[in-house]
Design a binder for this molecule. Structure first.
Ligand code: FAD
Length: 418
């Protein structure tokens, strides 16, 4: 098969890119290794979409569609040592897109795929299809080799995009993994879902901290409570060896309502999922004929739900630059394409860096244990709570990077990409 662009991976980044490129007149082949016949995929991942992600979904023309299935979030509340130290109300931010939403990843991916199917241009989706090798011509990547249930396929393309996630095969096969910095965070996260406590506000994100443990308690679109519970790095085996009781006790310490719900509804470790938390920084996102986006280019931690947002932002930025370059010269080693790929990284990397820095700062705050340090942590949160200007300064780079201030928004309607 041949196409202008071969997209490897059908997560939020890959699907959004296929949609945007197809709309901009490019021929696309997308390969996804997951078999759609095996259901919706991991139930825990990528449900929180930040306000900027909501803006990008509107830009991609799927905003209305996903809004019907999304759950709007109004508040972010942090409790430390049993005291509420921060209560952020998203309506107070002066931007057009202010609220994050919870959105099942399956709903998001289906909406992007269906919208792509409506475009007159061509997007061929091969799934399940697992990319196992790259095609090369001199220094340039010119496509991929993949395995499918009906046999091997080769896809040649002017541009191959690795949108294949945190363990990206394209990153490894292209040599772009060389010099990548992989930083494990101090703790891992166990994800689980519980019945939603009756007396909790369904429109709030809750972060609960007790000493050096913390948990995220998030409303889910299926009416349940999604819990991300921090455990020591590699500590799942120890936790499991103590039985589910150890998990209940950890939850009790942070939120007794969740501990009680876990006792009645969580019956086995198979109802949980472990996320190995690390960040990956790839110094070079592209080489002739190939580029990385989303988690493949920059794996982030789950703090503040940034992964989906950055994958969508990469897709929108890359589509515009690549379509323009391919319109001028459709060769993998063309100067126009090389320049477009480098510009793509220059434009996107500062945003990713700001989110990563905020996440790492936050993660360090969560792991403090000494009494003086935890007291200082509470003081910092209280200072944020007291000052809208400070809150905006800290949260805006991650939550509202492409924001349009309300006053300006009234004058300039948002432009739709598709
Ligand atoms: C448990 C968990 C909870 C999370 N919660 C949140 C959250 O609340 N909010 C948030 O913003 N982010 C969250 N994230 C992170 C978020 O899911 C990712 O940042 C986001 O999905 C990245 O999108 P992507 O398209 O770059 O990669 P992915 O979503 O990882 O998609 C990559 C795709 O490539 C496919 N693939 C991989 N290798 C190959 C191959 N060789 N051939 C073909 N296909 C391949 C995979 O099957 C996958 O579908 C969470 C992640 C996890 C694991």
């Amino acid at each position: 098969m041949s196409a202008d662009v071969c997209v490897v991976g059908g997560g939020p980044g890959g699907r959004a890119l296929a949609l945007a490129l197809t709309r901009l007149g490019c021929d696309v082949v997308l390969l996804e290794k997951r078999d759609p016949a095996r259901g919706a995929g991991p139930a825990f991942r990528g449900e929180s979409v930040s306000p900027d992600g909501v803006r990008l979904l509107d830009l991609l023309g799927v905003g209305e569609r996903v809004r019907q299935a999304a759950h709007r979030v109004d508040r972010l509340e942090i409790e430390d040592a049993g005291q509420r130290v921060l209560d952020v109300r998203f309506a107070d931010f002066p931007y057009r897109y202010r609220h994050p939403v919870e959105l099942a990843q399956h709903t998001l991916l289906t909406a992007l795929a269906e919208q792509t199917g409506r475009q007159p241009g061509g997007c061929t989706v091969l799934e399940p299809a697992t990319v196992t090798g790259l095609l090369v011509d001199g220094p340039a990547v010119t496509g991929v080799r993949a395995n499918t249930p009906t046999g091997p396929v080769r896809v040649t393309a002017a541009l191959t995009v690795g949108a294949d996630g945190r363990y990206s095969a394209v990153r490894r096969l292209s040599g772009l993994a060389e010099h990548a910095r992989h930083t494990p965070l101090q703790r891992d996260v166990v994800w689980l879902k519980l019945p939603f406590p009756a007396d909790w506000d369904r429109r709030a994100y809750r972060v609960r901290i007790a000493g050096d443990s913390h948990g995220l308690f998030l409303p889910s679109t299926d009416g349940t409570l999604r819990v991300g519970l921090n455990i020591p790095k590699g500590g799942l085996r120890t936790l499991r060896s103590g039985g589910l009781g150890g998990l209940h006790t950890r939850l009790d310490r942070l939120a007794p309502q969740a501990g009680a719900a876990a006792r009645t509804s969580l019956h086995s470790w198979s109802d949980t999922a472990l996320l190995d938390i690390f960040t990956a920084e790839v110094p070079r996102w592209s080489a002739p004929g190939v580029v990385l986006i989303g988690d493949a280019a920059h794996t982030l931690s789950p703090v503040l739900g940034q992964g989906v947002n950055h994958a969508l932002a990469d897709a929108v930025e890359l589509a515009t630059l690549a379509a323009e370059a391919l319109g001028r010269d459709r060769r993998a080693h063309s100067r126009a394409l090389l320049a477009a790929l480098q510009l793509f990284q220059r434009r996107r990397e500062p945003h990713v860096r700001r989110s990563r820095a905020l996440q790492l700062r936050q993660e360090r705050m969560f792991t403090l244990t000494a009494p003086a340090a935890t007291a200082l942590r509470r003081t910092v949160y209280r200072a944020l709570d007291a000052s809208p200007a400070l809150r905006r300064r800290v949260l805006a780079p991650a939550y509202f990077p492409g924001h349009t201030p309300l006053r300006q928004a009234a004058r300039t309607p948002e432009v739709r990409l598709v």
